[in-house]
Every structure is written in C-alpha cells, then in structure tokens.
Design a protein around this ligand. Structure first.
Ligand SMILES: *Cc1c(COP(=O)(O)O)cnc(C)c1O
Length: 497
C-alpha cells in the first residue's frame, strides 16, 4: 500500500495533489514541478523477491509504491503496464548487452520509435486515455473533456510522443517540425502514422519558430479553454516514474551474470529526466554506487557539479547528440529540492529557497548553491562532458574493438565517460551505461565514424528492416507555409472538426 501525495518544488505552503492531477497538469501552477515529498522505501527482501520478475511485473511493484490504489486499482495498473510494453520488440523490453567485463549497455531503444523515450511515453499515452475515459464515462459527447496535445520537435523526439498517443480516445496530438530540417527517416516515422488523432505540421521556418508558436498556443487562455491544450514534455512526473523500472531490471540482469558486482550507472543527459529516475531508484534502496551524468558540449550539469553555480549559457550548441542539446535541464529542479530539503529538514522552506533560485535563474541567468549542497550531490552523482570529436572516435573504437557493435551518438557520450572512469578506477566497479537510441536514427554521425571502414554498410549493418520499409509508406504531410501562430491555430481548429 502506498501513501504518496505530490507537491510542487516551489511551494512554501502545505500542498497536496493526486497522481491523476499531477499527470494531467504536468507543470504546477506556481511554475514548479510535482514531486512526491516522501520517496517510498523498498521492502527489505526486495532482491530475493523481485530479482526474477518480468519487466512488467517489476514495473507493477515499483509503480504501485507511488500510486494510491484508490486512484488506479491493481488490475487497472497491471493492464496499463502490459499494454504499454507489449509494443516493444524485445522480450526483456530493456535488455543489457555485454561490451566487456567492466561495461554493459542498457538498451532502451526496442520500443516503436527506436528511442528511450518510448519506455515512458508508451505508458503516458495509456495513462492519459485511462484518466480521460474515466472522467468522460457518463458524459454526453459535448461535455467530454478532450485533450489536445501540442508540441514541437527538431526531429528526434516528436515520434515517441506520436507513437505514445496514436489511436488513444479523447486525445489528439499535433507535432510541429521545421520543413526540410529534419532527416527523411524522422519525417517518415512521424508522418506515416495513419491514426486520425495524429497530426504533424511541417512549418516553413526553424525549430525555434516552431517552439515559439507552441509557447504562444500554451499562453493563449481562450484557445486553451476551448481545446484543453496539454503537453507530454520531459517534466511530466509519469515519465520519470516509468523510467525507474529499467534501473532495477538491469541491476537484476547484471546480478545473474556477476553476483557480486558493484554497479555504477552512466546516463547521457539533457533534461535530466532519465538519470533522475535513477536517483529515485537509488533513494528507494537500489544499491547503486554512483549515478554518472554524461553531458555533451551543452554542459550546464557538469559545470554545476564542479563549481556549484547553475548558469545558463548564451546559446545552445548544435552537437552530434541533438536530443541532449539544452540550455537548462528542466528536471534538475527536482533533485535540487531533495538536496535542499535534506539539509533544511523542512518541505516548505525548501520550496521557498527553490522558488528564489529559479527566480534568479530567470532574471540573472544563474544561481549558486552552498558547498554543503554540492557535497551532498556528489555522494550520489558524478559528471563529465564529451565533445563531438570524442563521440566520433568512441563510435569508431567500439565498432572495431567489440564485434562491430554500433553506438548511436548519444550512447557514445555515455560510453566515453564509462571508459574514462574504468581507466582511472582504483576499485572495481561494473558500469551500466544507458543506450538511449538505435544508431539508425542518427545516420550522419554513425556514418561519419564508420563509413571509411572496409566492409561497413549502413543499410546492411545498421538499418532495421522496419525502418527500411518506411520509405515505401504513404506519408501525410501538412505544410504550413508561414511560421505564424494564427495560421497554426486555425489549422488545429479545422483538423479537430
Ligand atoms: C531525450 C534523450 C536523451 C536525454 O535524456 P534526458 O532525460 O533529457 O536527460 C538522451 N538521448 C536520447 C536519444 C534522447 O532522446
């Protein structure tokens, strides 16, 4: 039985929200993020009891600790989880792959869009549908709450949202992308989905134009009231929750191969959602020695751990690992709350401090924390940054040394950091490095690293049959020939009819 309620990271008053509210709202009204102020603890004998469970049974046990039975019954939760992971191609859902005695890759890309975001978004899509259907059950059609999810993508993340929401009742999804600026595979993945609740808008402009339009739509009160605009962005609590399962699952898989392994996780990080799930797992009691943040050249997190200053750079750098190209890591606020609360021992005071810090971030572009906070962060975390040239050399070396294993450029960021740690460790650790995308999704970087190697062929060695077949599919491309919010709004209105 759980007794979890949720609060906002910026609230300095008593604050309590249900799981349903947290999932459907996404962001708290004060601009903070929803968190469980108490992190549940694992049963003492969890290794014995859980180590042989399937991925879905394990997911059930973990999620149950965070969701009241009065909100979602055991049978309903089981069914939501089963449906969410039946779309994965691998029987283990998230298998581990041995690279060498010190390093395993946790492959998170066996879902429908070949990227780790599927693990969370397949579940979130089903949750949205579940909550809306329940709310709407006895209402006449015109009174039903229908959610319109709107988002922008630079190519690599939009498809996971689309595949999470396709075919769901009472939900429509609109994804904007910049015309001609995403790869043909990415465009085909998104626009070949035939479900009538899915709409992709190819906007003549840049990714920033698309994001601006989405922001304007979110702040349009009247439009919101009429169409109940929602988001599935990386701060949604349900995503963090769903991602906790694979930390446990990979730990148990590793124990079967190395029963006395001391484990460290390395996570290619952008918005800090993936690795934050590891923090919850560790706080619950998963015996992981450290969680290591691997950033690309957009390195706000690495700089923070080294200096104590959380400072936004002037510009985001376009790197070979685009899904990690961020200025600030939105989920990091959640970790900061726990670090501060554990120090001041007061939920309300923690909210007050966080609220001030994020005000400073907005107005001055940075804030600084005390040495004690950094000392407590580095008990659980370590970090390093990786440059584009190192991404390329890591893909090349891994292919040559480890039986032609092909890394995607995001995964390569983690592997580089893992290798550097292994080389300097004086004590023996086993690293589980998270593999966040299939290499076929990032052909340019992969080919840059491998195309001069004799015998290598992208089509034969990397591209899965299912993605090859995309090129023959019927695409539905809706062109918006002006990057203008009014044009997009009227298109949404028209398509919803
Ligand atoms: C989103 C993403 C990441 C970064 O994950 P965060 O949760 O934002 O830290 C890394 N790799 C890939 C391929 C991604 O799509």
């Amino acid at each position: 039985m759980s007794s979890t309620s949720y609060r906002s990271t910026r609230s300095s008053a008593a604050d309590s929200h249900s799981f349903e509210e947290v999932v459907l709202k996404g962001l708290a009204s004060d601009g903070g993020l929803f968190i469980p102020s108490k992190i549940p603890k694992l049963p003492a004998n969890f290794v014995e009891e859980w180590k042989d469970l399937s991925f879905t049974d394990l997911a059930f046990n973990i999620l149950r600790l965070y969701i009241e039975e009065s909100e979602i019954s055991n049978d309903e939760l089981k069914s939501l989880i089963e449906r969410s992971y039946s779309t994965f191609r691998h029987e283990d859902v998230t298998p581990i792959e041995k690279i060498n005695d010190d390093l395993y890759l946790l492959e998170l890309f066996h879902g429908p869009t070949y990227a780790f975001k599927d693990v969370a978004l397949q579940f979130v899509g089903n949750l949205f549908e579940f909550f809306l259907q329940r709310k709407n059950a006895n209402l006449p059609e015109e009174q039903k709450d229908k959610l319109t999810v709107v988002g922008a993508t630079s190519g690599d993340t939009g498809s996971a949202a689309i595949y999470g929401l396709r075919g769901k009742k009472d939900v429509s999804v609109f994804i904007l992308y910049p015309t001609g600026r995403i790869s043909p595979i990415q465009e085909a993945q998104m626009t070949s989905v035939p479900d009538s609740n899915v709409h992709t808008l190819s906007v003549k402009g840049t990714f920033d134009d698309c994001q601006d339009i989405v922001k304007k739509i979110f702040s349009d009160v009247e439009f919101n009231k009429k169409f109940h605009i929602g988001a599935v962005n990386s701060i949604n609590w349900a995503r963090i929750l769903a991602q906790q399962t694979y930390y446990f699952y990979s730990y148990f898989q590793l124990l079967k191969k190395q029963p006395d392994a001391k484990v460290r996780f390395v996570v290619p990080s952008g918005n800090f959602g993936d690795i934050l799930a590891g923090y919850y797992a560790k706080e619950m009691g998963l015996p992981a020695d450290k969680l290591i943040i691997a950033t690309n050249e957009n390195d706000i997190l690495d700089r923070f751990l080294k200096t104590g200053e959380y400072a936004k750079s002037a510009d985001v750098k376009a790197t070979l690992s685009p899904a990690m190209d961020i200025l600030i890591s939105s989920n990091f606020e959640r970790l900061l709350w726990y670090l501060v609360r554990n120090q001041v021992k007061d939920d309300l005071k923690a909210g007050e401090i966080l609220s001030q810090w994020f005000e400073d971030l907005k107005t001055k572009g940075s804030f600084k924390v005390s040495d004690e906070i950094i000392a407590s962060a580095t008990k659980d975390f370590d970090s390093d940054r990786v440059e584009d040239a190192e991404i390329i050399s890591t893909i090349t070396e891994t292919y040559q040394k480890y039986n032609k294993y092909v890394l995607d450029p995001h995964t390569a960021v983690g592997v580089k950091v893992s290798n550097d740690n292994i080389a300097k460790d004086s004590e023996k650790f086993t690293y589980i490095s998270l593999s966040t995308a299939h290499p076929a999704k990032f052909a340019d970087a992969v080919n840059k690293a491998l195309s001069t190697i004799e015998g290598y062929s992208f089509d034969d060695d990397v591209l899965p049959q299912e993605l090859k077949e995309l090129s023959g599919k019927q695409l539905r491309i809706k062109l918006i020939d002006q990057a203008d919010v009014e044009v997009v709004k009227s298109t949404i209105e028209e398509l919803l009819k």
